[in-house]
Design a protein around this ligand. Structure first.
Ligand code: ADP
Ligand code: K
Length: 426
């Protein structure tokens, strides 16, 4: 363990620490964030009334829309001059959701990522190929900070330019790599094209996340890259990647760093807590953030908390793989996309009708998004214009098919299913 004191804290002590940190957090946001003062008032909760962990269920939820409505700085609870960094959610038109970190928050971020990297197999002195995107996205810089903390030699390569990545893997001989699982497969294929037999680089460990993946995909990546792969989970609203990570010796659920993030699983319909082991929506409260703590963040991710014995000696609970989502968010190559973002692009082009469908497929290794739109004009220049605008404003590459009027499915009274996800579970 990177931090045995925290990761294997006796349970009674851990629960006590959680309660104390939750009380501090509630007091802080009540004092500093008008939004939370109002919300706490609406549910009739004074800050002093959080007396047991069971009282957490009385706190209000925070949702993505709340961050959007308070763009850019409305949920910050630190003075502007104390903020050290901003990140923003990936792939957003118009107003993204912004998160702020002060020095303490960056410390927490690098601490939990260092724990995650260590659990993934990384040890001080190893070379670390970081192919998560650097920039507003939390992935690149988030992993980087944890790697500094752990003492790795980081190659901050970021995403894309696959051939150059292969050269760097050949020449710098990293032992550990971080990227999305789908990109791990792209790299494996590029390595094979360059004549590397599976597993013949120095890579030993892969830390993969930001999008859903499966056990089948793990086996494929492990075999092709010659690594042991672990699942890292996280989201910018809570901190970024590093909320939880699997242990490489075990690969059975991601250890959730419960001294910093308080997890609950709730029924998606009723919002009520379900028992450990049952599936529901993951709800997270950041307990040690100071620039932007978030109460009961509704992640939309469906999973369960795993209890019972583990073989690593940690006391914190593990979470299962993400089984799906309750809202309409699409994850394309690690980037979060909402259909409404694509809709906003369509609305700018008069010739297009509002009837569209999103078809997700997987050709070879990469996920593809095809936008099918009904249009009276159906020529290449118009579809290229759609592709260009989506790339410029949403930041993803798609293909576009302009269809005859009347050929895209319409709602038949119920909720229209605009997204056709034909990607097979890997
Ligand atoms: P990240 O930097 O982790 O991609 P974002 O805030 O952009 O952060 O996206 C967070 C969302 O990405 C999560 O709510 C979840 O839907 C998805 N996600 C992140 N990690 C995983 C993972 N390991 N498995 C499945 N989905 C994930
Ligand atoms: K993501």
């Amino acid at each position: 363990m990177f931090n045995p004191t925290a990761e294997s804290m006796p349970l009674a002590q851990l629960r006590e620490l959680q309660l104390q940190r939750l009380q501090d957090t509630v007091a802080r946001v009540h004092e500093k964030v008008p939004f939370y003062r109002r919300r706490l008032g609406e549910v009739g909760m004074n800050p002093g009334e959080l007396r047991t962990l069971a009282d957490v269920a009385r706190l209000p939820f925070t949702r993505k829309a709340d961050l959007r409505d308070h763009y850019p700085f409305g949920l910050l609870s630190a003075a502007r001059e104390d903020i050290r960094r901003f990140h923003a959610s990936s792939g957003t038109t118009g107003k993204p959701t912004v998160v702020g970190y002060d020095e303490n928050d960056l410390e927490v971020f690098s601490e939990v990522v260092a724990r995650s990297l260590y659990a993934a197999g990384a040890r001080p002195g190893m070379v670390f190929h970081n192919a998560y995107g650097y920039g507003l996205f939390t992935g690149g810089l988030g992993l980087h900070g944890g790697a500094d903390r752990l003492g790795l030699a980081t190659v901050p390569v970021s995403g894309g330019m696959t051939e150059r990545q292969v050269t760097l893997i050949e020449d710098f001989e990293p032992e550990i790599i971080a990227c999305t699982p789908s990109y791990a497969l792209v790299l494996a294929e590029a390595l094979s094209r360059r004549g590397h037999a599976p597993g013949t680089t120095r890579l030993k460990y892969a830390i993969l996340g930001a999008e859903p993946w499966s056990e089948g995909m793990r086996r494929e990546i492990e075999q092709k890259l010659g690594v042991k792969a672990t699942n890292i989970y996280g989201l910018s609203e809570i901190i970024g990647p590093g909320v939880s990570n699997e242990d490489v010796t075990e690969q059975r659920g991601s250890y959730l760093w419960e001294d910093h993030f308080y997890p609950e699983i709730v029924d998606p319909e009723t919002g009520l807590n379900v028992a450990d082991g049952e599936l529901g929506v993951l709800v997270l409260t950041s307990m040690s953030r100071t620039a932007m703590p978030v109460l009961r963040y509704w992640t939309g991710d469906i999973t369960r908390l795993l209890t019972g014995e583990n073989s690593t000696g940690r006391s914190v609970r593990r979470m299962d793989r993400i089984q799906g989502r309750v809202d309409d968010m699409i994850i394309l190559r690690g980037v979060n996309v909402y259909p409404s973002q694509l809709e906003a692009v369509l609305a700018q082009l008069e010739e297009l009708t509002p009837h569209y469908q999103i078809v997700l497929t997987r050709t070879g290794l990469m996920d593809e998004l095809q936008l099918r739109i009904e249009s009276a004009r159906r020529d290449a220049s118009l579809s290229q214009e759609v592709v260009r605008r989506v790339r410029d404003s949403v930041g993803i590459s798609i293909s576009c098919e302009l269809c005859e009027v009347g050929t895209v499915p319409r709602s038949e009274g119920g909720k229209l299913k605009r997204v056709l996800d034909l990607r097979e579970a890997r």
